[in-house]
Design a protein around this ligand. Structure first.
Ligand code: SAH
Ligand code: TYD
Ligand code: ZN
Length: 416
């Protein structure tokens, strides 16, 4: 059963995992939908909600204080296409290869939750491996289907898991990247995994890691789609409620720092030392202490002042500033810091569906990459800082010509 929460409802805030009331430790004020790039005629009806995050004292889960209906976020005009980064394409090729090496030899089944444009599953499809993608956003799902990926356009939950078991049988591997933390009805998802996964099967997923968000002051990871900010400590408790356990964790450098979790039925596999080591790191980082999050809030406020100061002085020197990458993360930054077209002339982005639109809330025009190339600015504000390696390699001419990037994670600064 998909327990949809009412729109903008402050979970009032009750922990989505253990139902204990909690209070937000940070507010980003009124925010629009992070991926809702709009046409000028849509500005009048733009939707806003209060973006807050809190930590449940009882189970330690860090989560949003209010939610936006998933049907407002994931639909036939979803703006995020996984395949827009070459770095991510190779990451998912490696991920698929690793998983293939672990599959049993006889007719395995792989199910991916949030398969988007098929960036990962196409490698299973090409190898003739039985697979199914679960992807509610129909426009990205159509791209996956076009590359031979069998895809069902539904939201994954326990009910769908039951249907998949009936039609396809249980899965050897259930995969998910940047999606499990998006789904508020976490018990329905974990209950579904419990049903769908074979006795010896694995559930392998990766999501932005709370430790990285805190360590790097990466507050732009906080937006409507990211309902949970997972740690091993909080997730272990949630999985235990379903007789599931985390048997391995592996840090990933993508998207600003993630953790890949391998989960099995309780007792089905040995628990790696990595899990214990990561739990120790979490306690060293203070992820179990309220003051850690108070200090995070102070650093976020300072980051906002530093960024706005730097942009203002840069503009005062007569330099053109253009945004690089119309990321969903940038929606939190621009709205929280009050960065509009007065400070950032336009945002360059390679995704066709975003081009010609306005950034959510702050209405900065989004333009094709050709506009950046034909008339490069003096300064590029790197909203896609998580793809810095790929972008800096690609923009060596821009840098050689005197162009500079501003980043704000982990500190507000010019690079190179
Ligand atoms: N896995 C891809 C896409 C991440 S974006 C990657 O890492 O690049 C998150 C995707 O999850 C979106 O395509 C969205 O439509 C999908 N999604 C959101 N809620 C979902 C749910 N309940 N079940 C399955 N997919 C979901
Ligand atoms: P990303 O940081 O992956 O996602 P999120 O929306 O989750 O914050 O988004 C990267 C955006 O940047 C995407 O819209 C594509 C764009 N982009 C470019 O314009 N040029 C590039 O070279 C790269 C790598 C991305
Ligand atoms: Zn809780």
């Amino acid at each position: 059963m998909t327990a949809l929460l009412r729109e903008g409802e402050a979970t009032g805030t009750q922990c989505l995992v253990c139902k204990t009331p909690f209070r937000p430790f940070i507010s980003f004020g009124r925010q629009p939908i992070a991926n809702a790039f709009l046409r000028p005629d849509q500005v009048a009806g733009e939707f806003f909600f209060e973006l807050t995050v809190g930590r449940c004292d009882a189970c330690g889960m860090v989560q949003l204080g209010s939610l936006v209906d998933e049907r407002k976020l994931f639909h036939e005009e979803y703006a995020f296409f996984s395949g827009t980064s070459k770095g991510m394409a190779s990451h998912f090729e490696r991920f698929a290869r690793t998983m293939r090496g672990r599959l049993p030899s006889t007719d395995p089944l792989v199910v991916e939750i949030g398969s988007n444009d098929g960036i990962m599953l196409k490698h299973f499809a090409a190898a003739g491996i039985r697979h199914l993608g679960v992807e509610p956003s129909t426009n990205v799902a159509d791209v996956a289907r076009a590359s031979g990926v069998r895809t069902v356009s539904r939201f994954f939950d326990e009910e769908l898991a039951r249907e998949i078991v009936a039609s396809d049988g249980q899965a050897d591997a259930i995969l998910g990247a940047n999606v499990i933390c998006h789904i508020p009805y976490i018990h329905s998802v974990f209950g579904g995994v419990k049903l769908l996964m074979k006795p010896e099967g694995t559930f392998v997923f990766e999501d932005p890691y709370l430790g990285d968000v805190i360590e790097k002051t990466a507050y732009d990871q906080i937006y409507d789609e990211h309902v949970f900010y997972f740690s091993v400590s909080s997730l272990s408790k949630a999985f235990a409620m379903h007789d599931l356990e985390i048997v391995d964790v592996e840090p990933q450098s993508v998207h600003g720092g993630e953790l890949r979790y391998t989960v099995q039925h309780r007792g089905a596999g040995a628990v790696s030392d990595n899990v214990v080591a990561q739990l120790r790191r979490e306690s060293d980082l203070g992820l179990d202490r309220a003051d850690t999050f108070e200090r995070f809030r102070e650093r976020v406020e300072r980051s906002r002042e530093d960024l706005v100061d730097l942009l203002r002085t840069t503009k005062a020197k007569g330099r053109r500033v253009v945004g690089y990458g119309a990321t969903s993360k940038s929606t939190t930054v621009t709205n929280y810091c009050g960065i509009g077209p007065d400070l950032v002339e336009f945002i360059s982005d390679t995704t066709p569906i975003k081009q010609g639109k306005l950034s959510p809330g702050t209405h900065i025009p989004v333009r094709p990459y050709a506009d950046f190339q034909s008339r490069p600015p003096e300064v590029a504000l790197l909203f896609a800082w998580n793809h810095a390696a790929e972008i800096l390699a690609k923009e060596s001419d821009f840098v050689a010509g005197g162009g500079r990037f501003i980043v704000y994670v982990p500190e507000v600064q010019f690079i190179p």
